[in-house]
Design a protein around this ligand. Structure first.
Ligand SMILES: Cc1cc2nc3c(=O)[nH]c(=O)nc-3n(C[C@H](O)[C@H](O)[C@H](O)COP(=O)(O)OP(=O)(O)OC[C@H]3O[C@@H](n4cnc5c(N)ncnc54)[C@H](O)[C@@H]3O)c2cc1C
Length: 415
């Protein structure tokens, strides 16, 4: 029997896994990658350490997706976190589990993950063609029949797996072109928005504190009656607003809230471990001990220096005023700043700067049991280009690997 000829577009996490699975099951697989190398984004992931998955149980894992997590149940039945870890460990890559159940290579190098995938592509006989940009696909009788490359070349195929990634960090190759191909084949694209991204503020204070990291703080985003509370953690000021783990994690929901209501604000609780009463008692103690010192000097014990200077300016307090002279009303102003330093959100960085792309090919048009398009037979879609995105912690890569694996398997096994 003739081997099924499968083309995979995109050599990222999802495309490589799709190609490996399809070739492992006997498919005749060619992987087309538009750049000159595979796994460009994978190499950047986890700050170069690649947080490839997370050991959370299935239900909690699914909750880390901004929506649509349930769509992944079938893909995770085929390849979930344990199986993915086994895949790499059995091929010689030692893994470790860090805080918040994040899984990394023991070597702390994403290149180790890529190296396993490349060896596996070779072992399973996948042909990898670099510099091959897919620009479209041909359909005959409702079924994929060929792909078109940018240079005009046409390659015949029985199945096409689109694994072209999202639309951020376009220098890695994933620039949203895969979604355009899907659109040209009739698919609806849920509007692209940035996910895991920095937020901008109306006020200019962040610029003056650019690069300053605040640890053990808590954030409250609100708009109208809606509130989004963060856990205790870390954030950083940027030239135009706020970023860091707490901000990135909640950014998608905050952007949705901002777009819905046309406004949103953030309050930074700089002392989440203390109630207002405890904070007042602490201030009274500090002010008593440093009665002859200027208030800014004492505030330095509670805040980073750069912030203490700005702080007195924002609440219109003379920084040199002696602590002994601070009135109750001024102390209350200090406390409300420390518990709720408020800024207005004015938007976010663009999609290009998001760690993930939200939106993409509509899931309504993809069969979750196979990843096959419901519109075009023989067309499969996987990875970040479909309307799936998650929190940081290894969830996005697991989704890319799992949907790729399922797409590769289905492409070979479907009739
Ligand atoms: C800085 C950064 C850090 C991250 N860290 C993590 C992390 O630690 N853990 C985690 O879970 N997630 C992380 N992510 C997200 C994760 O990397 C992505 O979700 C994942 O790589 C998506 O895989 P993919 O295969 O769908 O797409 P990609 O990895 O983007 O691969 C798509 C591939 O398709 C190619 N391509 C595009 N268009 C075409 C075309 N027309 N023809 C041929 N080829 C094409 C591209 O060149 C690219 O090689 C991070 C993202 C970023 C930006």
């Amino acid at each position: 029997m003739r081997e099924i000829k499968i083309l995979v577009a995109g050599a990222g996490a999802s495309g490589m896994m799709a190609a490996i699975r399809a070739a492992g099951l006997g498919g005749d697989v060619t992987l087309l990658e538009k750049t000159k190398s595979a796994g460009n984004k994978l190499l950047l992931s986890g700050k170069g350490r690649c947080n490839l998955t997370n050991t959370e149980d299935l239900d909690r894992f699914l909750k880390r997706f901004s929506k649509n997590g349930d769509f992944l149940r079938d893909a995770f039945k085929k390849l979930f976190n344990r199986q993915l870890m086994d895949f790499f460990e059995q091929r010689g890559l030692g893994l470790k589990v860090e805080r918040q159940m994040r899984v990394f290579p023991q070597s702390d190098r994403s290149s180790g993950v890529l190296s396993v995938l490349k060896k596996e592509l070779e072992r399973t006989g996948v042909r990898v063609v670099y510099g091959a940009e897919v620009s479209g696909a041909g359909i005959e009788k409702g079924k994929v029949s060929c792909v078109k490359l940018s240079g005009g070349k046409i390659i015949l195929c029985d199945r096409l797996i689109l694994a072209c990634g999202g639309a951020s960090y376009s220098f890695t190759g994933s620039d949203g072109s895969g979604m355009e191909i899907a659109r040209s084949l009739g698919h609806r694209i849920v509007p692209l928005r940035p996910g895991l991204v920095a937020l901008k503020t109306k006020q200019g204070y962040p610029r003056r504190m650019e690069g300053l990291t605040l640890r053990n703080i808590r954030l409250k985003f609100s708009s109208g009656n809606t509130q989004i509370l963060s856990e205790t953690g870390e954030m950083v000021f940027t030239s135009s607003g706020i970023s860091g783990p707490l901000v990135m994690t909640l950014s998608g929901r905050v952007i949705d809230m901002f777009e819905k209501n046309g406004k949103a604000c953030v309050e930074i609780d700089l002392k989440p471990a203390l109630t207002c009463q405890q904070l007042e008692a602490r201030l009274l103690r500090e002010f008593k001990a440093g009665a002859k010192k200027g208030v800014r000097n004492v505030l330095k014990t509670l805040l980073p220096l750069r912030m203490a200077s700005l702080f007195t300016e924002i609440i219109a307090l003379d920084p040199m005023k002696k602590c002994a002279q601070i009135k109750q009303e001024e102390r209350e102003r200090i406390i409300s700043f420390l518990k709720a330093f408020r800024m207005d959100i004015s938007g976010s960085a663009p999609v290009e700067e998001g760690m993930v792309t939200r939106g993409g090919v509509s899931l309504k048009e993809i069969n979750p049991r196979t990843m096959e398009s419901r519109l075009v037979k023989g067309l499969y879609l996987c990875g970040e280009m479909i309307d799936i995105d998650a929190d940081t912690g290894g969830f996005n890569l697991q989704a890319a690997f799992s949907t790729g694996y399922l797409a590769g398997e289905s492409a070979v096994l479907s009739a």
